[in-house]
Design a protein around this ligand. Structure first.
Ligand SMILES: Cc1cc2nc3c(=O)[nH]c(=O)nc-3n(C[C@H](O)[C@H](O)[C@H](O)COP(=O)(O)OP(=O)(O)OC[C@H]3O[C@@H](n4cnc5c(N)ncnc54)[C@H](O)[C@@H]3O)c2cc1C
Length: 494
């Protein structure tokens, strides 16, 4: 272990900041580098958007509720932290997702993959798309591929390939929902780069999806476990890919805060300072000087900014001229969780909730039948329902007070599901400026900004949901890469 201890600061104790800290600590120990980590977090709570609440026997998520299992960084981290046994999958009975169309719930046609039809008959039968809209979608089979690989808006791409009906009635509520975004503004390459690859490789995105699906099925058959205990890898563990194939989404039985708590426990080399924000980062004779919200200043060898993009650029006055390069808009959202007596409410047991296209003009953008989708979230005699509010260009309701918001949500539930039971309790959560909207050309602008940053302040690093993916596994994957770079740079400098 080298004698001089490296001082590294991390701004932000969301999943990005905490996992960056965890991996920096791990890689430093592996490389024999002594390290002192300091994490600054303005709020009193750790975990950023991850916020689990336990109330009356319910596990309630105020922020994210689960993660996409096939993106492995989250599963890898869960395994490293010894949390594999805490993982739980969605209720296999609750297979269907519904979409509201002309005030009626329609189940999503079978075979839809990320909004792209891959089975003809269910798509032909769906009431979500008119006969003309279906004919227009079929044109994807014939249309030539677009020349060049320039970025474009997700919505422009999808309506070019499948027509505006598939975009507005299916793809937009499904895909833009993840970002609370507007598909006409979101970058294709930063959100669903696989769509562009499908067009480049197969011309038709429907044909491409079908071929990929077939290939994946063959791969799954090839890797199918043989013995009663399934296949294990060299360490006697189930391969992560096998774990991931159990369910599209996974979470932890006691909520996502399980991961946050486990990370914090492992951060033996870190001091976590809550109630303190980083206000400015500047170069100072080979070190980085941090100005803090309590008026103090501290010097570090490296600084990781794991905060929303607008907060990071605000801390870097030396890059004020480059700020326009990553001027990422953020959208505010809210969600309302309601608990009901099971005896007063019946929800369909085969579904997990419904999505609401913009054209339906409701306050809610989606509704999850939480206790049907996730059986661990409520006691047997209770039902949990979670409604989402706010999307790009439609955030007024997010600002209304709790009572107004709850009333609007209840009116929507009455109209769509006929629910007029009195909730046992209601939990309202607002997330101001929380969902980054990657604009067209984002990846190229980000590359340029990072190059400028590396030139002027080589020991300052950016990570987090503002850059290359908002999903929890994306945030963890980016944080791990960032940690590798931080430690590589330390090794190369020493
Ligand atoms: C309602 C909602 C539902 C979601 N659902 C899902 C889901 O089901 N699955 C999924 O995978 N993803 C989901 N997401 C996305 C995911 O939760 C986020 O992208 C992810 O949690 C972001 O993590 P982060 O650490 O990058 O940022 P954050 O969680 O925002 O953390 C950033 C931290 O930086 C701190 N900070 C800000 N300014 C400063 C400063 N000046 N100095 C120091 N610290 C500062 C903040 O207080 C915060 O704690 C959801 C998001 C929301 C809002």
């Amino acid at each position: 272990m080298s004698q001089i201890s490296r001082r590294i600061a991390i701004a932000g104790a969301g999943i990005s900041g905490l996992s960056a800290a965890y991996y920096i600590q791990r890689f430093c120990l592996e490389n024999g580098i002594a390290v002192q980590l300091t994490i600054y977090e303005p709020s009193e709570q750790l975990g950023g958007k991850i916020r689990t609440l336990h109330r009356d026997g319910c596990v309630i998520e105020r922020g994210p509720d689960s993660f996409l299992a096939r993106k492995l960084p989250m599963l890898e981290l869960a395994r490293e932290l010894g949390l594999e046994g805490e993982l739980t999958a969605t209720n296999p009975q609750a297979k269907k997702t519904y979409i509201l169309h002309k005030r009626k719930l329609h189940s999503m046609p079978e075979g839809l993959m990320l909004g792209i039809p891959t089975q003809i008959m269910p798509f032909l039968r769906t009431g979500l798309i008119s006969p003309l809209g279906k004919a227009r979608a079929a044109l994807d089979l014939l249309l030539p591929r677009k020349a060049g690989k320039a970025d474009e808006a997700l919505g422009v791409f999808l309506s070019r390939r499948l027509g505006s009906e598939v975009l507005e009635h299916i793809a937009e509520p499904l895909l833009a929902g993840i970002y609370a975004g507007d598909t006409k503004e979101l970058s294709l390459q930063s959100t669903f780069p696989q769509f562009q690859a499908l067009e480049q490789d197969h011309r038709s995105i429907m044909i491409g999806m079908i071929r990929n699906k077939r290939q994946q099925r063959l791969l799954r058959l090839k890797n199918r476990p043989t013995g009663t205990h399934g296949t294990t890898d060299r360490d006697g563990q189930i391969p992560l890919s096998q774990l991931a194939s159990k369910s599209m989404f996974l979470t932890f039985r006691q909520g996502l805060a399980t991961l946050v708590n486990a990370l914090v426990t492992k951060l033996s080399e870190a001091t976590i300072r809550t109630g303190i924000a980083v206000t400015e980062v500047s170069n100072s004779d080979g070190h980085y000087n941090l100005k803090l919200s309590d008026g103090s200043e501290e010097k570090f060898d490296a600084v990781v900014l794991a905060v929303p993009n607008y907060a990071a650029v605000g801390m870097l006055p030396q890059l004020a001229e480059e700020q326009a390069l990553i001027n990422i808009p953020y959208v505010s959202v809210a969600n309302v969780v309601m608990a009901f007596r099971k005896s007063e409410l019946t929800l369909s047991k085969d579904g997990s909730g419904f999505l609401v296209p913009r054209s339906e003009g409701l306050t809610i953008t989606a509704c999850t039948w939480t206790s049907v989708k996730w059986l661990h979230t409520a006691p047997d005699d209770m039902v949990l329902v979670r409604c989402y509010i706010g999307r790009s260009g439609a955030t007024e309701s997010v600002e209304s007070n709790d009572e107004q918001l709850t009333n609007r949500v209840r009116a929507d539930l009455k109209q769509t599901l006929g629910i007029d039971a009195e909730p046992l309790f209601v939990e309202v959560t607002r997330w101001k400026d929380s969902m980054p909207q990657y604009p067209v050309g984002h990846l190229e602008s980000l590359k340029q900004y990072r190059e400028k940053l590396a030139g002027l302040m080589p020991g300052v690093y950016l990570t987090g949901s503002g850059y290359q993916g908002v999903g929890l596994p994306d945030c963890i994957g980016q944080a791990k890469q960032c940690a590798e770079k931080v430690v590589d740079d330390l090794v190369n400098r020493s």
